[in-house]
Design a protein around this ligand. Structure first.
Ligand code: FAD
Length: 443
C-alpha cells in the first residue's frame, strides 16, 4: 500500500490514547453513518506501545482526590471490564493504605465513590486497619502507623502490550490503518487550522489531527507554537504569571524476582494492587540504616507479565534539559538507580514479613521512564488550532482507556461533560482541581 497523502482523521501516537481514539472513532463514524474506520489513520514513529503505554505498570484505579478524575476513572474502568480477557485486565481491586495525614482526604474519596456507585470499603483506626489487612489480605502484614484503608473492589491492573495490541486489532477490524515507523516532523497550519501533518515520508493532508504523544507532548506543543509559560489563576484568586507549562518526572519502578505465586493473598489468590503511603521512618531491610523519615509511598502487585512482584515508588522531578529519546529502558538517563531498589525493597519488607530478605532477588534490569506533566499535574484534553485535539494526559493515562471514546464523540460534535473540567482554559479561569496530601503527583 502506498503512503497516504491524505486522511480525514490523522491520529499521532499508537499508545493507549491514540489506539483507543482510533477504534472508538471508527465505531462512532459507523454508528452515525458519517464514515468508517477507513477515514482514520494512526501513525507512530516507533511501534505500537513504543511509548509510556508500553512500559506502564498497568494499574487501574479510581482512587483520586479530584471528583472530575474519579468520574473519568469510573468511566474507563467500565470499558476495561467490557473486554477484560482481551485486554489482559485483572479486576483484582485496589487498596490505598494511608497514614493519619491522608485520612480526611481518603475518607472524602470513599464518600464520593459511594455517591457515584463505585464500590469500595473504608476502614479507619490503626487497630482495625491492621486487623483488616491481616485477616482479609495478607497474614504477614506488618506496616504500622496506618490509620485508614480504602479498598476499591473494582479496578486492578492490565497487561500493557496485550491491551494495546487488542485495541489495534479492534481498530484495524473496523478499517483503521496503522502505520508505524513514520515520524511527524511538523504540523502545517493555515488560518489557525492544521491542514497537513508533515512526516519524514511526506505530508498527509487532514481535516482533524488527534495527538496522543504521551511523554513527547511538549514536542507537539512546540510544533503548534503554543506558549511554554502560561498564566494561572490560583485558588487564592491571584494570577501566577509565567508558570512553566511542561515538567518531566521520572517514574521509578522495578520487579522483585520472586514467583508471582509468592505474593498471593491469604486464600492463595491474586491480591488487590497495594498502594501504601506512610509517615513512619523507613529503615533498610539490608543494613538497618535510615532511608527516610519523610512521607514515602510504594505500590506493588504480583504480575505474571513482568515475572515477579512489580511496582514502584514516588517519582522525582527531572531538572535541566530533557531528552525524551531514547525512551524507557533504552534511556541512558531515566531508568532506576540502586537508591530506588534499596528504598522499594525495604518498603516491601516494612509492609510484609515475607519480603524481609527478598531484596536479594531484585531483578537488576533497566526499568522506569519519564512522563510529561502539566502545571497542575492533571490532564488537558482540548482542541487547539480549531481542529487539533490534544490528549495531554499528564502521565495519568494508561488506566484511562475511556478517553479515546470521549474524544471520538467530542470530535464528532457531541459535547462530553466528563472532558469539560480538563480544558486548557481552566488555568486562566482558575478552575483548578483540588489537591490532596498524597506524596504522589497523580493522586
Ligand atoms: C514507568 C511508567 C509507569 C506507568 N504506570 C502507569 C500505571 O500503572 N497506570 C496508569 O494509568 N498510567 C501509568 N503510566 C502513565 C501512562 O503510561 C501514560 O500516561 C500513558 O501511557 C500515555 O499514553 P499515550 O497514548 O498518550 O502515550 P504513549 O503511550 O507514550 O504513546 C505515544 C506514542 O507517540 C509516538 N510518537 C512520539 N513522537 C512522535 C512523532 N514525532 N511522530 C510519530 N509518533 C510519535 C511514540 O512513539 C509513542 O508510541 C506510567 C508511565 C510510566 C512512564
Amino acid at each position: 500500500m502506498s503512503f497516504p497523502a491524505n486522511a480525514k482523521y490523522v491520529i499521532i501516537g499508537a499508545g493507549i490514547h491514540g489506539l483507543s481514539t482510533a477504534w472508538h472513532l471508527a465505531l462512532e463514524l459507523k454508528a452515525k453513518k458519517a464514515g468508517s474506520g477507513k477515514d482514520v489513520l494512526v501513525i507512530d514513529k516507533g511501534a505500537i506501545g513504543a511509548g509510556a503505554s508500553g512500559i506502564a505498570c498497568g494499574i487501574i484505579r479510581n482512587n483520586y482526590f479530584q471528583p472530575a478524575m474519579r468520574e473519568l476513572m469510573a468511566h474507563s474502568v467500565a470499558l476495561w471490564e467490557e473486554d477484560a480477557e482481551g485486554y489482559g485486565y485483572h479486576p483484582v481491586g485496589y487498596m490505598q493504605i494511608s497514614p493519619e495525614v491522608m485520612h480526611t482526604d481518603v475518607a472524602e474519596i470513599h464518600k464520593q465513590q459511594n455517591q457515584i456507585g463505585y464500590e469500595s470499603v473504608f476502614i479507619e483506626g490503626e487497630n482495625d486497619c491492621m486487623k483488616y489487612m491481616k485477616e482479609n489480605i495478607f497474614h504477614d502484614w506488618q506496616a504500622k502507623n496506618i490509620t485508614s484503608v480504602l479498598h476499591e473492589k473494582k479496578g486492578g491492573y492490565a497487561h500493557n502490550t496485550k491491551s494495546l495490541y487488542r485495541l489495534a486489532d479492534k481498530a484495524e477490524a473496523e478499517g483503521v490503518r496503522i502505520i508505524t515507523g513514520v515520524e511527524v516532523t511538523g504540523l502545517k497550519t493555515d488560518n489557525d487550522a492544521v491542514t497537513a501533518v508533515e512526516t519524514a515520508k511526506g505530508d498527509i493532508e487532514c481535516e482533524w489531527v488527534i495527538i496522543g504523544a504521551g511523554p513527547w507532548a511538549k514536542g507537539f506543543w512546540d510544533m503548534l507554537a503554543l506558549p511554554n509559560e502560561i498564566d494561572i489563576k490560583g485558588k487564592d484568586g491571584k494570577l501566577h504569571k509565567g508558570v512553566q507549562m511542561w515538567t518531566y518526572w521520572c517514574l521509578v519502578e522495578g520487579t522483585l524476582g520472586v514467583p508471582p505465586e509468592y505474593a498471593m493473598n491469604n486464600e492463595g489468590k491474586m491480591p488487590p494492587v497495594i498502594h501504601v503511603d506512610s509517615d513512619a521512618p523507613l529503615y533498610s531491610s539490608e543494613d538497618g540504616s535510615l532511608i527516610t523519615d519523610k512521607l514515602w509511598g510504594i505500590y506493588y502487585k504480583p504480575d505474571f507479565h513482568f515475572g515477579g512482584v512489580q511496582g514502584g515508588a514516588a517519582p522525582y522531578i527531572v531538572k535541566g534539559d530533557v531528552s525524551v529519546d531514547p525512551y524507557g529502558i533504552d534511556s541512558p538517563d531515566f531508568t532506576v538507580t540502586p537508591e530506588f531498589v534499596h528504598m522499594w525493597t525495604s518498603a516491601l519488607a516494612y509492609c510484609q514479613k515475607r519480603y524481609e530478605d527478598r531484596y536479594k532477588v531484585y531483578k537488576n534490569e533497566p526499568s522506569g521512564g519519564i512522563g510529561a506533566f502539566t502545571p497542575d499535574n492533571f490532564p488537558v484534553f482540548d482542541v487547539f488550532k480549531q481542529n487539533c485535539f490534544m490528549i495531554l494526559d499528564s502521565n495519568h493515562g494508561y488506566k484511562m482507556l475511556g478517553i479515546g471514546k470521549l474524544v471520538a464523540k467530542q470530535i464528532l460534535g457531541e459535547e462530553q461533560a466528563l472532558l469539560k473540567p480538563f480544558r486548557f482554559d481552566r488555568y486562566a479561569k482558575g478552575e483548578l482541581h483540588p489537591v490532596s496530601h498524597s506524596p504522589f503527583p497523580w493522586s
